[in-house]
Structure formats: C-alpha cells, structure tokens
Write a protein that binds this ligand. Structure first.
Ligand code: BGC
Length: 734
C-alpha cells in the first residue's frame, strides 16, 4: 500500500511539474520563459504591458499571473508614493527613505567601489518597496554650469562617468531591480528640454555624449534605459531611429527596455518603429482627474491597437517590445533569486555617509585653517541658510521624503558637543518657493527679505567668533539646482558674494562651504582662506560635513567638473550657442567640453577638473614604462610611485591623462584615460600601475565612422588633477 501511494505521489508530482508552464518555471532560461509567455498573450494583453496604467506603473498580465512593473525615481533615493494618476504625494506614512548623496557627490569620490555600494544600497531600498525599475542613474555630460540638473549626473568627463556608472548599475541590479539609465541622449540642459533639437558632430556624440551610456549597457548590462525629452536629427529622443535602433539596439546589442521619459512620447507611428518599448507620463486630457480611460489614449495604447487591427503595422515589432518587457519582468519580479531588500536601514545611512565623506572636496586650505582644532576653538559661528535648509526636498523628480536629514548645523553641533559654543545666524535668505516635488503646486506668498539687516547681523557676530563657517551655495529651488529650468548665471544667488566678502573681512578665519551640484563663481576666492565643495549629501549630510571639518575624515574628493572663473570660460557659452534659439541648438564646442575647452584656449580655471586637497601631502615619483613602443594589439604599463609625505593617513586619486603629440584630426591637449584612488598611511609609498591600450589612444573619425588609434608619439601624463601633472612619459604606437 505504502509503495503504491509513493508511486501515485510521484506520478502526480511529475504530471504537475509537466503542466507548469515554462514561463512560471523559475529554473527555465529567461529566453524560454519569454517565448512561452509571449505565445500565451492576446494582442490586447501585449499592447497593455507596453504603456502605463498609472503615473509610475504598467500592468502585467493578470490572467497569466505576470505581475505589474513599478518604477521609482531615482537616482538618489526611493521616491515617496504618489497618487495613482497624480504627481501629488499619496501621504503614506511608511515610505520615508534613506536619501543618498547626489550623483555629483558620488562622482567626486572617484571611487568605483562606492558606486557599487551606492547601487547595491539604493537597489535594496527599491526592492523592499516593491519597485522593480529604478529611474536612474543619470549620466548626461556636464556641458554648461547652468544646467539645472547637473547635480543628478556624473560630471563632465566621459571616462569618469563611465567608470562610475557601471558599478552603480551592477549594484542596483544585484537586487533584481533594473537600473534605468537616463536621459538618452543629449539632454544637457533643462531650458527648452521638451523640444530643443540638438545638432552635434558624430565625433562629439561618440567621444563625449555616448560613452557613459555605452558602458552602462555593455559593461553594466543595464536592463533599462530612458529616452530623453529633447530632439536629435529632428526626432524626439524617445522615438529616435538613430539613437535607439541604430546605435543602442543594433550597434550595442541592448536587450533591455527603452522607457520613455514622462511625457516624452509624441507620435504613435514613430514610437512604434523608432525603438521605444514602454510609454509613461503622457499628458492626455483628463489625466489630472484620474479618468479611467486616459491610459487607453496613450500613443502606444488604443491608437497602436487600431493600427495593428487594421494591419497597418506588423506584429513582429510589437513582439519585440513585449519580449523586452517580459525579459524585464523575468529578470526582476519573477526572477528565481528574488530577495526582500531592506529599507531605511542604519546600514544604508552609513553607506550614504561614507560616500558623502569621500565625495566632499577641499578646494582651498591656506595657512592650515582646516581641520578645525576643537580643543582650541571655543566659539564657532555658523552662517548661511544652507546650514539649516533641507536639501533632500526639491529639485524636481529626484525630490525625496527622507527618513531624516542631518543638517550641516546639526552635524556641527553634534560633533562640537560641549567643547565649543556653536551659534547660528542666517546671513541671507532665499524667497519661499512652491513645493518642488509637486508639479502643479502654487507659488507661496512672498515676504520681504531685509538683505542688509541679515548681513549686518552676521558680520557683527563674525567679529566675535574663533572661527566662522559660512554654509551657502545653491539650493533645490527653481532656477537653482532644479529640474525644469536652468540657472540664470554662474553667480551665487541671494547676494551671498557680498556677505562672504564682508564675513572674511570681519573675521579672516572664515571657511566658505558651498552646497551645490554645480560650479559657482567665487569673486572672493583670493581672500578666502579655506573653501569646501560639500554637494547635496542626503540623509547624513551634516555628519559627513562635520567629519571633514573637524578632521575625523581626511578629505579625498576630487572635482568631477571644472569650476570656471567666468561663464565665458566655458565653450558652450564662449561660442554663444547655449541655450539655442528655442528650437535648435548646435553644439559648436564639439568635443571641447569641460577641461578640454580650457586646455585648448589656455584658460586658467577657478578650480580644475580632478582637483581636491587633503590634510596630508603626497609626493609623486618619476613615471616609468615597461616599454617605449607598442603596436595596436599590445599595451604599455606605466608606473609611478606615490608617497604620503604627511603625518596622517589619507587618500589620493592618481589620474592618468593621454596627450597625442600629432594627429590628423584636432585633439584635446589631454584626456582622462585612467585613475586609481589609493589609501596610504602616513609615510606609506605605493607603486601605481596603469595599463594603456589602443582604446586610450583612439579618437572617433567621423569620415570613417570608426575609432582610430593613429601611429605616432603619445605622452602619458600622471597627476593629482587635470592641472597638476606630476610626471610625464613618452611612448610610441607603431
Ligand atoms: C524626469 C525623469 C523622471 C520622470 C519621472 C521626468 O520629468 O525627466 O528623470 O524619472 O520625470 O518622475
């Protein structure tokens, strides 16, 4: 009897197993699951899964038990829940996240391991909140300091952005959450972003604007990418034949989903044929009122279904989109090794703090004013609105509801404890603005700000302090570091320059701390003994800043973009093509973006790309190479020894730039092609090695549509910033 029963169970078990559809069998290969699910779906189900059903979700296939897709901004934390059809917050009480530092701060760490930690941590937060697509990271190149969204990106250099985006993507996706790399491509300003048509050379496209996206796709294996709002070759980038089909899908073999930016789709036929896979955020009438049929009016909804039914378009194209969406679902929500993630944890806060501490850049430190010696400092005066202003709120779609945010003032007070008195005066004030995360919010009533009275109060207090910590910069209000528009000028807003000058005059021991995601002008730079760029650092911002100010952490951040003296020192502005005429913009600066422009024009920056000081000092030895000639199939190893010559441990970012002595096409004086962040104890010395292959020597030749490594002489320049080259060595490609 027992034997018969066992046999029966076995047969039943096999029968049940045999009946399990392949798409539900988590051990089956993803592609088999995709094909199986696809052939079970009706036409209507196929069309349904390629467009939104709410502000941030798209349907699955309920009949087949295939779950919905849920997206979340991105890229600095998991956004609070919004109402089904609205941008308005849903007022949940369980969705307060850890806010991580802005991506500029991450890029300033020059530490790919921290990019992986960032990705892993934010991915865990997304997973816990049941989001399977994180709308980030952003890797649009920093072309002008006026771009309101630079804080969400990774700086001006394609090599640095590539090196940092790959581990971020891998970290996120290790949680079975897709990274959606944005905004592809040429979305380098907010002004006119919805329609501006960008004209750029093939060469600049390939050398400057595409590499970080390519690295994210090919090395990071990103599962999603977001098309941008702007146009290129007169087509919107969310349905752009050249960018999405020719380059992304055909040349780079991208097998993930192309997701539209919210409201970035404008035409059904183009959306069908030009590479878009999923449509979100389209503004159809009635959307704000939550009518049930609005999503059916999306370009890739009923209008698409009609074309299919009338045989005006071919189902193969639809099947390709559906396969991609199914692949996304099997890689994420229906993956066999799904974990539960974690949310708002101390570990995530600590990860954010570590990233913040390593990203803060010590720009200037004359007479050793920093770090603050707490034993000898009794009266600390903190001045400036940014010492108390919440910076995780505002800025547009990256705005967060943080579990907590330590302000700079709180961080300084915690650290000073009862050793020093910490007094605060505002010094300046920004006008109240509408809530930035609510797209339809109204302007609040304005009150009169007495600029002079605020300044006088701060200057009087400064005279009496042992040290003054001015904490200002930009903020997340419209016209500052904020989505939807650009800044008007390079200058600090709210008359901060006059305040800073007066503070330094009143008390020469004044430290200027800039919180921003962009370069700012510093007319007082020669008078300021110490200057720090502290970025938007999220939940642990104040603690991280205090650690650097008081020397618990030795600063090691380096600028991911140039600080020009004047706007005219930037190529896009010098040539007058920014912001375009409202319809068109030609990137006349071509490949000469950031330091490439300043080098070409021989302009001194305010602070160069790659610059950042430490509380210790480093000595670079002579560069040596294992050979002085190579063929295109070989590589050369260049070595340099770096020694910590100070008395405390510290980290240095050793940077490798390549200089091409002579070439058929004009080339930048130098280009970043390698970097290593090394931690050295006091007195410790280490030999750093860089491997140089033909990729580091190549440029993109438009006429041949190919990367060319030209024979001839090159130089490897090794330095501690783009303007502080410590060692050079010659070699030849033959
Ligand atoms: C932004 C995207 C964002 C999306 C959803 C758009 O306005 O450009 O970066 O992911 O909104 O909030």
């Amino acid at each position: 009897m027992k034997k018969i029963l066992t046999l029966l169970f076995l047969v039943l078990g096999i029968a049940t197993f045999a009946q399990t559809p392949i798409y539900l069998n988590s051990n089956a290969p993803v592609e088999d699951r995709v094909e199986d699910a696809l052939q079970r779906m009706t036409l209507a189900e196929k069309v349904a899964i390629i467009h939104a059903q709410s502000k941030f979700s798209s349907p699955g296939v309920p009949r087949l038990g295939i779950p919905e897709n849920w997206m979340s901004d991105g890229p600095h934390g998991i956004r609070a829940e919004v109402l089904w059809d609205e941008w308005y917050g849903a007022n949940w009480t369980n969705d307060s996240c850890i806010a991580f530092p802005a991506l500029t701060a991450l890029a300033a760490t020059w530490n790919p391991e921290l990019a992986e930690l960032y990705g892993k941590s934010i991915g865990e937060e997304a997973r816990y909140r049941n989001k399977n697509v994180l709308l980030g990271p952003g890797v649009n190149i920093y072309r002008t300091p006026l771009n309101g969204r630079n804080f969400e990106y990774m700086g001006e250099d394609p090599f640095l952005a590539s090196a940092m985006v790959v581990p971020y993507v891998r970290g996120v996706q290790s949680n079975n959450v897709a990274a959606c790399v944005k905004h592809f491509a040429l979305n380098n300003q907010e002004k006119y972003r919805d329609h501006i048509n960008v004209t750029v050379s093939e060469r600049a496209l390939h050398e400057i604007y595409l590499p970080a996206f390519k690295a994210a796709v090919q090395q990071g294996k990103a599962w999603a990418i977001m098309g941008s709002y702007n146009r290129y070759k007169q087509q919107h980038c969310c349905h752009n034949q050249y960018l999405l089909n020719d380059i992304l899908k055909n040349e780079w073999n991208f097998d993930g989903v192309v997701i539209s930016d919210w409201g970035g789709v404008h035409d059904t036929k183009e959306a069908i044929s030009n590479g878009l896979d999923m449509e979100f955020g389209t503004w159809t009438s009635g959307l704000n009122f939550g009518q049930s049929n609005v999503y059916d009016s999306y370009f890739l909804a009923q209008p698409y279904l009609n074309l299919l039914k009338n045989k005006e378009t071919n189902e193969d194209i639809l099947n390709d989109k559906v396969r991609r969406v199914l692949r996304l679902i099997f890689r994420t929500n229906m993956s066999p090794d799904l974990n539960y993630g974690s949310f708002g944890s101390p570990e995530h806060a600590a990860a954010g703090r570590k990233i913040a501490e390593e990203g803060i850049v010590l720009l200037q430190n004359n007479n050793g004013l920093l770090p603050v010696d707490i034993e000898k400092t009794k009266k600390i005066l903190v001045v400036g609105e940014n010492a108390i202003k919440a910076m995780t709120v505002g800025g547009g779609s990256s705005s967060l509801k943080a579990k907590y945010e330590i302000s700079p003032l709180s961080g300084i007070r915690f650290r000073a404890g009862n050793k020093a008195e910490v007094k605060y005066v505002a010094g300046y004030e920004s006008p109240a603005t509408k809530e930035q995360d609510v797209k339809d919010a109204k302007e609040p009533p304005q009150k009169k700000i007495d600029v002079i009275a605020l300044r006088n109060e701060a200057v009087a207090a400064a005279k009496d302090a042992d040290i003054v910590l001015f904490i200002g910069g930009l903020n997340k209000n419209t016209g500052q570091d904020c989505e939807g528009d650009d800044r008007n000028s390079l200058e600090l807003p709210y008359e901060q320059d006059a305040l800073i000058a007066d503070l330094i005059e009143a008390n020469p021991k004044t430290v200027i701390i800039i919180i921003s995601g962009n370069a700012v002008a510093m007319p007082w730079v020669k008078q300021a003994p110490a200057i720090i760029e502290a970025w938007y650092n999220g939940t642990e911002a104040g603690n991280a800043l205090a650690s650097v100010l008081f020397g618990d952490v030795n600063p090691s951040g380096k600028l991911p973009f140039t600080f020009p003296v004047r706007l005219q020192d930037n190529g896009a502005h010098a040539l007058g093509d920014y912001p375009g005429d409202g319809e068109n913009e030609t990137y006349k600066d071509d490949i000469f973006v950031g330091y490439r422009w300043l080098d070409k024009e021989n302009i001194q920056p305010l602070f160069p790309f790659g610059h950042g000081l430490s509380y210790t000092t480093f000595h670079y030895g002579k560069a040596t190479a294992d050979k002085n000639k190579m063929t295109a199939d070989e590589h050369i190893t260049v070595s340099v020894s770096v020694k910590n010559t100070g008395t405390i441990a510290g980290a240095e970012v050793v940077q490798l730039y390549i200089n091409d002595k002579k070439s058929a096409l004009p080339r930048p004086v130098k280009e970043l092609k390698g970097f290593q962040k090394i931690f050295l104890q006091a007195g410790e010395e280490r030999l750093i090695k860089f491997t140089i292959d033909k990729n580091a020597l190549s440029y993109y030749d438009d006429s041949k549509s190919a990367w060319i490594a030209e024979h001839g002489e090159f130089e490897a320049w090794i330095g501690s910033s783009s303007a502080d080259i410590k060692a050079k060595i010659n070699f030849e490609l033959y």
